[in-house]
Design a binder for this molecule. Structure first.
Ligand SMILES: Nc1nc2c(c(=O)[nH]1)N[C@H]1C(S)=C(S)[C@@H](COP(=O)(O)OP(=O)(O)OC[C@H]3O[C@@H](n4cnc5c(=O)[nH]c(N)nc54)[C@H](O)[C@@H]3O)O[C@H]1N2
Ligand SMILES: Nc1nc2c(c(=O)[nH]1)N[C@H]1C(S)=C(S)[C@@H](COP(=O)(O)OP(=O)(O)OC[C@H]3O[C@@H](n4cnc5c(=O)[nH]c(N)nc54)[C@H](O)[C@@H]3O)O[C@H]1N2
Ligand code: SF4
Ligand SMILES: [Mo]
Length: 820
């Protein structure tokens, strides 16, 4: 805890003949472009432009975040499977129009997460492991797949497809991509045919934005250019400085205040551009608010600090105010929308007083927001407003109505399909969605709840996620997983030296008695894997070729530049191995129909899977048509924005923004639903006085799977932090860096206190995921009944001081992060 990190103090310069690859950051939706340089160990380039691969004059100091300065965290020395060693540098690409050489603290440290047997990444999974002899020990692919296939087949044959549950990545970038997603979907939907499917970050197989889809709007309709062209940008439930960092810094921030961007005049001749404004809807004063104010002045930033979970009431109130001021876009409503009367009835039936009481936002603030969103400009032109939302809304009180009320506001004001407008997700991961159709209905089954209750699911295959901490009501999930998998451990423990047949029959017995056979497929020995009977090692980003789109649908090729550790394999290959085994097992029994369901996995290359996956994107926002790897390679880190319209002379022609045609949309009326029973019960119980909000921090990525191997990140966040208001801290006798326990009927968690007034008194904010304290122990089991999407963002808890942790105050800074 008190160790101070000393990084390398010198980095070798890539020589002129270094191999060069292009790729994209493995992390967030923004998808910043990167270049990779690789050359044999022992060789180095020189400081003069003709002596190095970047053709840069290193006798002069290079500015950081320029794409020419290489930090120690961008470099590593790796060893290939044939034993040869190489220097590798992963550098932000100055020629990529997304990031222009810039990067966040996450993306700029990719050198440190490459596999190296003498670095913190040495604990990557290298071999399949099987539970035997009281623990997990290495085995061959053949044995691992054989056992897995036999258990899956026996369960499928005896109890049916829905006994095979899965929780898998479905995103793009690292741990995803069109290739891996297609193989996974084909295996579980075409092959197994299970409805017991869930996506890595939620308990079911659903869209995060069903309401937007029902309105006729794809999740990512705009371009990053639109943020440069908008008069007003409204961020709803998003902390973009910390979570979509380079989109915010390179495309949103420069537009705020009086910035003049040439394109404004160029794209809409004659129209004036108001000085760019930002509205942020968030219960806490985030770094995003602080940075925007510091850059553009308070007069250009409006923070609507709403009460947790009350977005629907606020957004409907704004619609009402705008309508009453006659600022609605009547032409758009008439020509491009259906169902307006039903929506009108909803926003008119909510009184302004009720909205003020629920949200805690004053009428004056609401009026300012309404003006910034929709009051016509001096030249009577409509304002261009861009609505962007993410997890504060998606994981908010009621997913369907939350998203609907944002979409309705955008439709009311005609903000779709024109430069500087739009209504969509900011996004979390990059995207790479391509799957055969899910066989279940809407609302989909809550797979995690089924796993907790036991019985229905008997095999659980988890890949690319860590649900013992990441899912809702996590403490119950973890305890159930431990109990149910232990029954299978006992069964396996009774078959020492036994044949696979004996193992399978012992396992089947245990499954019959409520046991759960767990397969975990990951790159690291994560916490969920501790309970697994089979652990399968995956190749990561950089160890296979993959493709994905970013938050403006920009499709790129992420090239393979190094080998995976040990005998780890790309996820699609692992799926194919399992499919082959099942296919041949059914064929041997003469069950040709079943065998056929598992056929079609005989791909030899990543690109063959990419081409097959194009079947799963037809007509969608990510449709890439006949695009090939060679075409994408030629387009480098700028790629092409999907949907691809046509291939002209070997070049894919893309789409900057959606809905420039005359497509129709539908209003989705969304009345304020009140708090669900689980939350109301906590509100009514004096033992749990604190609202617990949660989310991300700039320096960490997700469950910190890579960050745990970056000493400078763990030095910053050795334990998860919880922001507590000075007034509450005073009453509880808590000071900075002390350990506290948060608790409610669902569970308890410990965290490190940070005293800051970012949240209102009575409200705390905790880091959402950290292996040394999982916030989700406190989230309730409530999901929106319309979508099966959890209310992750809000729960209530009591707080108890545990005590001081010597060493914390000496090593950590408690300067608030929401001051700029
Ligand atoms: N640094 C970093 N960046 C990331 C990630 C990461 O782990 N670390 N993860 C990526 C992923 S997968 C995702 S999904 C995105 C998430 O990106 P964001 O959604 O921007 O991030 P969060 O911090 O989860 O939540 C955003 C905000 O929602 C607010 N909020 C909470 N309750 C409410 C509410 O009731 N109403 C409103 N309006 N707001 C509320 C919180 O205060 C928080 O500031 O980030 C991506 N980017
Ligand atoms: N309370 C609360 N809970 C939340 C949220 C919230 O805001 N609040 N947000 C939700 C959201 S939006 C998200 S995205 C989730 C995040 O939660 P998870 O999805 O569970 O977390 P990650 O860390 O993204 O998990 C990625 C895993 O994939 C592994 N991995 C990396 N690369 C590869 C690969 O190539 N192949 C394979 N097989 N594995 C790989 C990593 O080691 C890691 O274990 O949390 C969700 N839970
Ligand atoms: S903003 Fe996102 S994509 Fe860009 S470097 Fe940071 S984590 Fe990577
Ligand atoms: Mo996410």
């Amino acid at each position: 805890m008190s160790a101070i990190y000393h990084g390398d103090d010198r980095v070798p310069i890539p020589p002129s003949d270094a191999q060069q690859f292009s790729t994209v950051c493995s992390y967030c939706i923004v998808g910043c472009g990167y270049k990779v340089y690789k050359w044999p160990l022992g060789k180095e380039g020189g400081a003069l432009p003709h002596q190095n691969a970047l053709q840069v004059d290193y006798t002069k100091q290079q500015p950081e975040q320029s794409g020419t300065w290489i930090s120690p965290a961008m470099h590593n020395v790796i060893t290939e499977r044939n034993g040869r060693r190489f220097n590798v540098v992963v550098l932000p690409d100055k020629d990529c129009i997304v990031n222009k050489g810039n990067h966040s603290v996450r993306g700029g440290t990719h050198g440190d997460v490459l596999y190296a047997s003498d670095r913190p990444t040495a604990d990557r999974l290298t071999h399949p492991q099987l539970y035997r002899g009281g623990g997990q020990f290495p085995t061959t692919w053949d044995e691992a797949i054989e056992l897995g296939a036999r258990v899956i087949k026996a369960s499928l044959d005896k109890w049916g497809p829905d006994t095979i549950a899965m929780k898998f990545f479905d995103h793009g970038g690292g741990g995803g991509g069109f290739e891996n997603n297609w193989a996974v979907g084909k295996f579980f939907f075409t092959g197994i045919g299970t409805k017991m499917a869930s996506i890595h970050n939620r308990p079911a197989y659903n869209s995060e934005v069903f309401a937007s889809g029902d309105a006729g709007i794809a999740p990512l309709p705009s371009a990053y250019l639109d943020a440069e062209l908008a008069d007003t940008i409204m961020l709803i439930g998003a902390n973009s400085y910390e979570t979509q960092s380079i989109y915010f810094l390179e495309h949103i921030l420069p537009n705020l205040g009086g910035a003049t961007i040439d394109q404004k005049q160029r794209l809409i001749p004659g129209e004036t551009h108001a000085s760019g404004k930002l509205i942020v809807v968030d219960p806490r004063r985030t770094a995003t608010v602080a940075v925007a104010e510091a850059h553009a002045g308070k007069e250009n930033v409006l923070h609507l600090q709403i009460n947790n979970g009350t977005d629907i009431a606020l957004l409907n109130a704004l619609s009402r105010l705008i309508y009453e001021q006659r600022w609605a876009d009547q032409n758009f409503i008439t020509q491009r929308t259906n169902n307006f009367p039903a929506f009108q009835q909803v926003f008119q039936s909510q009184s302004l007083d009720e909205a003020i009481r629920l949200t805690g936002i004053s009428k004056a603030q609401m009026m300012t927001a309404a003006e910034w969103i929709a009051k016509p400009k001096a030249d009577t032109a409509r304002r261009r407003t861009l609505f962007l939302y993410e997890k504060g809304l998606i994981w908010g009180l009621k997913n369907y109505e939350n998203v609907a009320s944002a979409v309705d506001l955008a439709l009311l004001t005609g903000n779709l399909g024109k430069p500087g407008t739009g209504c969509g997700r900011l996004g979390g991961h990059q995207e790479g969605y391509s799957r055969p159709a899910y066989p279940g209905q809407r609302p989909p089954v809550n797979v995690d709840e089924v796993a907790i209750k036991g019985g229905a699911s008997k095999v659980f295959w988890v890949a690319g996620c860590n649900p013992v901490g990441g899912t809702l009501n996590a403490q119950s999930f973890r305890v159930a997983l431990a109990q149910r998998t232990a029954l299978v451990n006992q069964a396996l423990g009774s078959t020492n030296g036994g044949s696979l047949d004996e193992k399978v029959s012992a396992i089947m017995n245990a499954l019959d008695k409520g046991g759960l056979f767990l397969i975990v497929q990951d790159i690291y020995p994560i916490e969920t894997a501790q309970y697994a009977h089979l652990v399968l090692p995956a190749a990561q980003w950089g160890e296979m070729n993959l493709t994905s789109i970013n938050g403006e649908r920009r499709l790129r090729l992420y090239q393979k530049f190094m080998d995976a550790p040990g005998i780890a394999e790309p996820d699609w290959k692992i799926m194919a191995r399992m499919a082959h085994r099942l296919e041949s097992a059914y064929r041997a029994e003469g069950k040709t129909e079943m065998a056929a369901r598992f056929a079609g996995f005989a791909w030899n290359t990543d690109e063959e899977v990419f081409r097959a996956a194009s079947a799963g994107v037809k007509g969608a926002q990510e449709d890439y048509g006949e695009t090939t790897y060679a075409m994408l390679q030629a387009l480098g880190t700028n790629g092409v924005q999907t949907p691809v319209q046509e291939i002209r002379n070997g070049v894919p022609m893309g789409t900057t923004r959606l809905y420039t045609d005359d497509k129709m949309f539908t209003f989705i009326p969304a009345p304020w639903p009140g708090f669900p029973r689980q939350i109301q019960t906590l509100i009514d119980d004096a033992r749990y006085p604190f609202w617990v909000n949660n989310g991300r921090a700039n320096h960490g990525w997700q469950t910190l799977y890579d960050d745990l191997r970056k000493p400078y990140v763990m030095g910053r966040e050795p334990l998860p932090h919880v922001e507590i208001h000075p007034q509450d801290a005073g009453q509880l006798g808590i000071t900075n860096g002390e350990l506290v326990e948060l608790f409610n009927p669902y569970g308890s968690v410990t965290a490190m206190a940070v005293i800051v007034d970012a949240n209102a008194p009575g409200h705390v904010f905790m880091l959402f995921e950290h292996p040394k304290g999982w916030l989700n122990n406190l989230t309730t089991d409530y999901v929106d009944p319309a979508t099966t999407i959890p209310y992750y963002k809000g729960t209530k808890a009591g707080i108890r001081r545990i005590g001081g942790l010597p060493g914390m105050n000496e090593c950590l800074s408690f300067v608030p992060t929401n001051r700029a």
